[in-house]
Ligand binder design. Structure first.
Ligand code: NAD
Length: 323
């Protein structure tokens, strides 16, 4: 497989090399090539992503992606949003599991408030929250396929207030009924609290774009923070795997970032794109063995550096390779 590697900005430069190294140990047959995009590139060249970069990304069998800084500058368009839209990576899969709970958040990834239909005028600003039948049906089908092999589906929305959400909710319910998947629905604000108080109640959670973004950051609290959560951005023809966290400028360059989210994103790449769940499991087992020895980065209350933690995980992987 040909894997495009995008470090991006900030801690992407620190955590993605760790994830790439893990893949190199497990799959020496993979071919890697770097693609430079992001805010750093924009500052240097005036363009955050070029047509050629997009072509290279679209030529890859899978993309391993770090994080990109998106400054609050009206002249700058989010690179990850552009990539998701151009490669039609419509399903954002975000697993969150821990002691007594195993949740998968399925977030629609191309529509809603992130559709890019917006304007700022002198005295007002407007961002359109566009939700289509096609977009809702395909994400609902994706969530139902996952839920069919698990327990049930929870549809998170705000249909009592937002017409676009009532539309989304009705389509999701119709798809769940068609697929014969047990489902319930929940207002997204109530869900943000309940997922923290009763995470064991939830299995597959389906939301539109922004609500999925928010609920997954909320759920990160359950597992020790953003440094822990991976994600897969899947389309029919392309797949991109990235930590849920951003470029974390507050800790960038300090060698303290937690590389677990990036390592788990590499594991998702292995299971979803390479159909290699055995190697994916080996990454998770190696991470768990290192954590069990109380080796942790600062965000988890430890003192290990990014490179220090990474060395332990890679050594575990190399050792498990020999057994
Ligand atoms: P963030 O996820 O970068 O950071 C939030 C907090 O979590 C920070 O305190 C950070 O230090 C901490 N954190 C995040 N990842 C960590 C890790 N691996 N280890 C230890 N601590 C970690 O979110 P933010 O501060 O809201 O955004 C910073 C930049 O990242 C912004 O420009 C934003 O647009 C961008 N961003 C990009 C993506 C993406 O590329 N997919 C996603 C989210 C945010």
């Amino acid at each position: 497989m040909r894997i495009a590697v995008v470090e991006g900005d900030g801690i992407g430069h620190e955590v993605i090399p760790v994830a790439k190294r893990a893949l190199e140990v497990l799959r020496p047959d993979f071919e890697f090539f770097p693609v430079e995009v992001g805010y750093g590139k924009w500052q240097r060249c005036g363009e955050a992503i070029t047509d050629r970069d997009m072509e290279e990304l679209s030529s890859a069998d899978a993309i391993l992606f770090g994080a990109i800084t998106t400054p609050p500058d009206p002249g700058y368009r989010s690179v990850i949003v552009q990539i998701r839209k151009t490669l039609d990576l419509y399903a954002n899969i975000r697993p969150v599991s821990g002691e007594g709970f195993d949740i998968v958040i399925v977030r629609e990834n191309t529509e809603g408030l992130y559709s890019g239909i917006e304007k700022i005028e002198e005295d007002s600003a407007c961002t359109l929250r566009c939700i289509t039948r096609k977009g809702s049906e395909r994400i609902a089908r994706c969530a139902c396929r996952l839920a069919r092999n698990r327990r049930e589906l929870t549809i998170g929305h705000k249909a009592n207030v937002l017409k676009a959400d009532a539309f989304f909710r009705d389509i999701c319910i119709a798809e769940a009924m068609k697929a014969g998947v047990p489902f319930r629905e929940c207002y997204i604000d109530a869900l943000c609290l309940d997922i923290l108080q009763h995470p064991e109640k939830y299995d597959v959670i389906l939301t539109e774009n922004m609500f999925g973004d928010i609920i997954s950051d909320v759920a990160a609290y359950l597992v020790g923070g953003l440094g822990m959560l991976p994600s897969g951005n899947l389309g029919d023809d392309h797949a991109l795997f990235e930590p849920v966290h951003g470029s974390a400028p507050d800790i960038a360059g300090k060698n303290v970032a937690n590389p677990i989210a990036a390592l788990r994103s590499a594991a998702m790449l292995l299971s979803y794109a390479a159909r290699d769940p055995v190697s994916a499991r080996r990454i998770e087992d190696a991470v768990q063995r290192v954590l069990a020895r109380e080796i942790r980065t600062r965000d988890l209350g430890g003192s290990a550096t990014t490179t220090g933690f990474a060395e332990h995980v890679i050594r575990e992987l190399e050792a498990s390779d020999r057994t």
